[in-house]
Every structure is written in structure tokens, then in C-alpha cells.
Write a protein that binds this ligand. Structure first.
Ligand SMILES: Cc1ncc(C[n+]2csc(CCOP(=O)(O)OP(=O)(O)O)c2C)c(N)n1
Ligand code: SF4
Ligand SMILES: [Mg+2]
Length: 342
């Protein structure tokens, strides 16, 4: 008897979630992130044609070509993906928007766009593939490079790092997490919960650049990340369609019910931590910097906050599909508006 073909809850095979063959360096952290994205979208049963992948410029921004081959895609200008993503998400609210950026793309040239994206709580998953350098242009420091980090050439970074998670929390993103490309389980769980979230999910993934930033003295290398990774919480995720009623102890585990009814379980690891407390999130992140820890996990989640789509009171039907008769005001209305401007 032939082996039955493996399919997900919407009847699609894993193959459908893949993309083209990667052209990134073998061992690049970005490739591992692409694999987790493939797993997460397959396991959550998201139809790839209902997804739009957006990116800027960089090795990281090339990676949307290597997953979800059937999705829509737009490769924007360096650091300018957020404005394109905003237009796309508003023009068609039915599509799931997935933005892939680099630390240079986000925190250096794109910082202005990033800031305004985070304060809008647009429904979007925004992933920073963070290697602390401009990989595509041969390894110069980016704005997320840690103070005192060393390049292969011996150059020392003498500027403090921008922490994109701290910025995102302060500015208004409603799901903020950090992970490591080498931690398959944690990254997959963080991605699945991000798919269940309805506002901006900002995920900074430490993703070593094996060619330019994986040596001794780098604070974004595989070895350094393995040695300094400090998980804030142990994560579990129960999607709404699995309907499993797992017991958990509220003394040790916080249960956050996501917008679609899925559950994100955050089990304490030593310290007391409430992931819905913004100030606590900022505090643990600052503390981690002082201790030199690479803190990972879900720092902040607010499933209740209105998204930008709610704030704008958009109609259910995607704007892009409305007929002209509904988007163009009749002459009489335009005349009335003009009258008020006299
Ligand atoms: C407007 C503009 N300025 C500069 C560049 C050159 N450039 C291309 S990619 C890049 C940095 C990429 O770094 P990052 O976003 O961290 O991605 P990585 O390659 O490290 O994944 C730069 C400066 C460009 N393409 N466009
Ligand atoms: S140069 Fe660095 S970031 Fe770019 S593909 Fe190679 S390892 Fe990845
Ligand atoms: Mg980079």
C-alpha cells in the first residue's frame, strides 16, 4: 500500500510551503529562519496564496524567495519596506502580511520607517534577521552591533546598540519577541503565536552571518549566542483548531488567549514575569543589557489593542476590490466639500 501523503489541516502538502533554492551562504542563520517560517505556516494551515511577503534590501531581504513560493511578494527599496507594507495591508486587509528585514535594513537606513510602522499596530509580522552587520555589502557594523564587538579586521564597534525590541515595545507594537535562529523550538512557537496575533508582531531573530560575523570577538556569532542565550520563559502554543484543554498551573504558567482563540503559554523560568506588563518588559530588557545576557522569549503581548485597520474603521471588503462606484464620491458630495473650503 502506498504511504499516505502528509497534509496539513487545509489539505496542503509541506512542499507547497517551500520556495526557491537558497542562494545564501551555507550555514547562514537566515536559512534556518526560512525553514521555521515554512514549518510555522504549514502547521498553522495558512493558505500561502493569502500571504504577502515584503522585504527591503540585504541577504535577509532576499530570503522571502526561499519560502512560501505561492505567496504574493514585494521586494522594496533598502529600509523602505514598512511604507509599502502599510499600503499593502490597508489595500487588502484579507491578506496576511509578512515583512522580512535585516538589522541594517531596519535599524540603520530604515529606522525612520520602522519607528512609524511600530506605532501604528498594523496587522503584520515583522521579522528582523539580525546578524549585527551588513552581510550583503561585506560585513560593516550595523546599528544593532554591540558596543565593543569586534570585526574580523580587528575594528571595534564604539557605539551602543539599538535594541529593536525595546523600541518596538515603547512605540506600540503589541507582540514583541526575540529568538535565535539556532533555537528551532522557541522560534517556531514564537512564529506560530505571531500568526495568531492581529496587530504588529515584531520578532528580532539573532541570525549569525557565517561569512562576516561568526568569529571570536563577535557578539552575534553562533558560539556567543549559544553561550549567552537566556530564555525568559518556556513557550508553549495551542492553536485554536486543536482544541486541546491542557492543564496548567497559573502559579508557574501565564496563559495568553490570542485574537483567534489560540493559547500562548509562558512558563516561568526562575523569575516572576507578566508578559502583558509593558514596563516590566522594558525593565527586563534593560537589565539583560547591563548583565550582557542575550535575553530571548516573548517579552510583551497585548492581544486586545485595536489594530490600525480597526482604528481606521476600514470596511470588511478589501479596498482593492471595491468597485469604482463605491470609492469615488459622487459629484454632489465633492461639490459640497469644495463649498466648505471656500
Ligand atoms: C539606498 C541604499 N543604500 C545602500 C545600499 C547598499 N546596501 C545593500 S544591502 C545593505 C545592508 C544590508 O544589511 P542588513 O539589512 O543587515 O542585511 P543582511 O545582508 O545583513 O542580511 C546596504 C547598506 C542599498 N542597496 N540601497
Ligand atoms: S554574507 Fe552573511 S548574511 Fe549574507 S548570506 Fe552569507 S552568511 Fe548570510
Ligand atoms: Mg544584517
Amino acid at each position: 500500500m502506498a504511504t499516505p501523503i502528509k497534509v496539513n489541516r487545509i489539505g496542503l502538502e509541506p512542499q507547497i510551503y517551500k520556495g526557491g533554492k537558497t542562494t545564501l551562504c551555507a550555514g547562514c542563520g537566515h536559512n534556518a529562519i526560512s525553514e521555521r517560517i515554512i514549518d510555522a505556516f504549514y502547521e498553522m494551515g495558512v493558505e500561502p496564496t493569502q500571504v504577502v511577503k515584503l522585504s527591503g534590501i540585504g541577504c535577509s531581504s532576499k530570503s522571502p524567495a526561499y519560502f512560501l513560493g505561492g505567496a504574493h511578494g514585494f521586494n522594496a527599496v533598502h529600509g523602505r519596506m514598512p511604507s509599502v507594507a502599510t499600503g499593502v495591508a490597508l489595500a487588502n486587509r484579507k491578506l496576511m502580511a509578512l515583512g522580512i528585514s535585516g538589522d541594517g535594513d531596519t535599524a540603520s537606513i530604515g529606522i525612520g520607517q520602522f519607528v512609524h510602522l511600530m506605532r501604528r499596530n498594523l496587522p503584520l509580522i515583522y521579522i528582523i534577521e539580525d546578524n549585527g552587520v551588513y552581510g550583503l555589502t561585506k560585513g560593516q557594523f550595523s546599528a544593532t552591533a554591540d558596543l565593543g564587538a569586534k570585526l574580523k579586521t580587528g575594528v571595534i564597534n564604539d557605539l551602543p546598540a539599538i535594541d529593536t525590541c525595546i523600541m518596538a515595545i515603547e512605540l506600540g507594537a503589541t507582540y514583541v519577541a526575540r529568538s535565535f535562529s539556532g533555537d528551532k523550538r522557541q522560534l517556531l512557537t514564537i512564529l506560530k503565536a505571531a500568526i495568531a496575533h492581529k496587530g504588529t508582531a515584531m520578532i528580532d531573530v539573532i541570525s549569525p552571518c557565517v561569512t562576516f560575523n561568526d568569529h571570536e570577538g563577535s557578539t552575534k556569532s553562533y558560539q556567543y549566542s549559544k553561550d549567552h542565550d537566556e530564555p525568559l520563559n518556556e513557550l508553549g502554543f495551542v492553536p485554536y483548531f486543536e482544541n486541546i484543554d491542557l492543564d496548567y498551573d497559573p502559579g508557574t504558567t501565564t496563559n495568553v488567549v490570542m485574537h483567534d482563540g489560540s493559547s500562548l503559554r509562558l512558563r516561568k523560568l526562575g523569575r516572576d514575569y507578566d508578559p502583558t506588563d509593558k514596563l516590566a518588559a522594558l525593565h527586563v530588557l534593560q537589565e539583560a543589557h547591563e548583565k550582557g545576557e542575550m535575553l530571548t522569549g516573548v517579552f510583551y503581548v497585548n492581544p486586545e489593542a485595536p489594530s490600525f485597520v480597526d482604528l481606521l474603521n476600514l470596511v470588511e471588503e478589501p479596498l482593492a476590490k471595491l468597485p469604482e462606484s463605491q470609492v469615488r464620491p459622487p459629484k454632489k458630495v465633492l461639490d459640497e466639500i469644495m463649498e466648505t473650503l471656500r
